[in-house]
Structure formats: C-alpha cells, structure tokens
Design a protein around this ligand. Sequence first.
Ligand code: 4AD
Ligand code: MG
Length: 458
Amino acid sequence: MKHIDIYEIFENKELLNSEVTVCGWVRTSRDSKNMAFIELNDGTTLKHLQIVIDKAVMTDITDFMRLGTSLKVVGTLVKSAVAVDSVEINATAIEVLGECPLEYPLQKKRHTLEYLRTIPHLRVRTNTFNAVLRVRSVVSAAVHEFFQARRFTYIHTPLITASDCEGAGEMFKVTTIGFSNDYKTEEEYNADDFFGRRAALSVSGQLEGEVAAMALGKIYTFGPSFRAEKSNTQRHVAEFWHVEPEVAFAELPDIIEIAEEMIKYIIKSVLEKCPDEMKFFDAHFEKGLIEKLNGVVNNDFAIMTYTEAIDVLKKSGKDFQYPVEWGCDLQTEHERYISEEICKRPVFLTNYPKEIKSFYMKQNADGKTVAATDLLVPGVGEIIGCSEREADLDKLLQAMQVRGMSIEEYEHYIALRRFGSVPHSGFGLGLERIIMYVTGVQNIRDVILYPRTVGNIY
Ligand code: 4AD
Ligand code: MG
C-alpha cells in the first residue's frame, strides 16, 4: 500500500504543500459545524497527525470518526493552522480500512496500567506502550552497538539446557511426556524422555558463554532467560531478556568498568534517539527523569563492599522488615536504601559472602567472600548480577561439593579449568530492568509486550 510513514511526514520538510497518502488508526476525533478533525497515529512516532476535513467537501464522515478505526487518507500536507512548527493534512479522500465499534476498549480517557494489562493485544496502541516499545528497541540496538564496536562476538547460547546455572532450582522443565506410575523412578522417567535425561529452560547463558569466551576472548549473549520464581513482585517475570557478556583475561574491576560504560552508552543512546519518548516519560512517569539520566551519564557510579553496606544499614536506624546481619541476603528494601538514600546514584556492591552467591564465583583470599558485584540503581534495585569466575579447578570443585552439586552434569564447564584456564569475568543485565530505570515505569509487566508471571499467561 503506497503511503508515507507519519514520522516522515513530520520530519521531511520537502513534503510540505504536496499531496501525500498516510495510513493509521484514529486516536481522537472532533466534529464541529463546518470542519472535523482526526488525530491519526500509525505507530512510527509518538506524535499524532491532524487530519482536517472540510464538511462542505466530505459529507458522510461518521465512519471516519470512531476511535480505533483504521484509515487511509489522501490530502495536501500544510503548515498547521494553530500548532507552531507542525503540519496537518487537508483531506481530499478518506478510505476506511477497518471499522471499529463504539465499544472499543481504549477510550479517550487515560486508562490505568492495571486495566491495560488485561488487554495486552490493544494496550500496545497507547502512547505509553508506543514509547516503551520504541525505547526497548533502541536499548536493544544500543546493546549490540556497544559490544560490536568493542569487537565482542555475539553468541547464541541454547535455551534448552541440562544444567542449572544459578543453582537455585527455579527452572521450567522441558518434557514431552508426563510422569506416570508406569515409571518406577524419576531416573527411569527421565531416561524415557526426549533427551534421555532431565532438561529445562535456561535461566542464564553464562555457562555456555564461558565456553565461547575461552575460545573467542570476548563474547556476549542477548536472548531470553526463564525463571520459575514464584515471586510476584514488580521486578520479576518468568521470561525476561538477558544480556550476558563474558570476557577472558578480565578481573572484577575490569568487568565493572565495562558494565558502567555499557549502562552509560545505553542511556546516552536513548536520550539521543528518543527525545519525544523521554519527554513523555518525564511528564507522566517520573518527574526529573531526563535530568536524573544526564546525571548518571556524567558521573561515576558508586562502589561499596557488602561489608560496608551491612555497616551502613545497621547504623541507619531504619526499621527494616528484614533484619540485617553480616551474611544475610540483601532484600529490596536494603538495596533501595543503599542506592536511593546513601549513594543517590547507581552503586556496585562488591564482595558478597560466598554462602549467598553462586558456585562459579571466584573465592576471595579472605575465605569468606566472593569477587561478585550487583549493580543497584535507585527506584529499581538490582539490574546487573556480575562476577569474576572461579578459574581454579580445585576451588571450583570444592564449591560445587559444598553445594551438593553433581560434578558429572557440569563436566564441560569444569573442563575449561583443566585446559588453559584463565581469569575471566562476566555479568547479566536484565533488559526489562534497565528499561524500567530509563523510563521510570515502575512495574516490569509494563515494559514487555506479553509479561509472563506466576499464575498469568495470555
Ligand atoms: O543476578 P542473576 O541471577 O545473574 C545471572 O544469571 C548470572 N548468570 C549472570 C552472569 O553473570 N552472566 O541475573 C542477572 C540479571 C539480574 O540482575 C536482573 O537484572 C535480571 O537478570 N533478572 C531478572 N529480570 C526479570 N525477571 C527475573 N525473574 C529476573 N531474574 C534475573
Ligand atoms: Mg542476581
């Protein structure tokens, strides 16, 4: 269908005073005595294009006016009669592509995000989702640009796996048969299943990412990860998009530098490429958002050890729901206090107690902590989980034994420590979490097309 995208109508000055064809959906419409006005949106920009109808020329306009109707409009592109520096179309012909009944679920008023979650197939047509999804696209492109420019190789790691990277047992089983009484044991059942052994959806591409990094030096993955966590929070989904670089010959401070640079690059890209969207979020979701992000780009992130954080939390005088003691896992309330009230900017918390972290993390010389860091940001909490990996075979085996893990299942991973082991580090960034941070949208369900959460699948 020959037509011009609405973003181009606004940007291409040469189109002024010429005849153009545009397509889109009616966002609002207004009828007056001699004239009628339609705000048309085709999704290529947040901006609506005003279509002006002279009722002396077009008489039967009822069908064009209904919200949600899709139209093809031909007309002359002219300077807007009222809006400064804008354009509108004086329509000469309008064709209805698809009718829309009056009971269209999206009405002119501002709907709540809760209501919009019940209509995921239509909420994408709102300004909020138009803006969120464009920012999501620009963030994704920025991730690739950042790593490609630094010669990282993009690796596709398997989504179906036999090993549990995080060891938290929160995996979705992959099976083609149901367990039945025909099997005497679980082993027998697994043996009869598609792969002949237990399989699940991957929670992280890290283990395979390490395999690739031990050959290609610098790699990153960018794909979905799956977690069967039953946590019904504003920050957890069962299916999220995961960015995971893995770097050979990098120690913890090296990978922290890369993480900080990457976050800044992503934010800069969004500020530069999505000015309308960012103004929208600043106005409707988080006042001062653009200023906050400019501050993030232009200042160093904070860095603090876990032990210092525990100290600060204990001395805070705050009445936390979960008590704080050295060795405890930090809760969202603690993470937010540290990043929002103490640091007031993104902060890398480093050197966590080894008991609360994963088996693959490098054990520090103190015998108590690991060379791991979480990046905590105000308003969201953890957006990155990062560590230097244990490169020493004996220490790795010992960490696995302590956790009761099967050495056999991780044979390939362990073998990397046998054949030319090197210091190496990596991290995982949750795509939805960084989008929440740059848009100010507070619920993770509202930054993804179809959120998958416990008890909920559309
Ligand atoms: O901290 P996590 O569990 O770390 C890993 O998976 C490592 N293997 C990463 C690595 O070193 N390659 O997860 C990393 C990030 C979190 O910081 C968070 O941003 C995101 O993934 N994430 C989730 N996002 C949304 N919903 C969930 N259920 C998430 N679980 C983790
Ligand atoms: Mg984590």
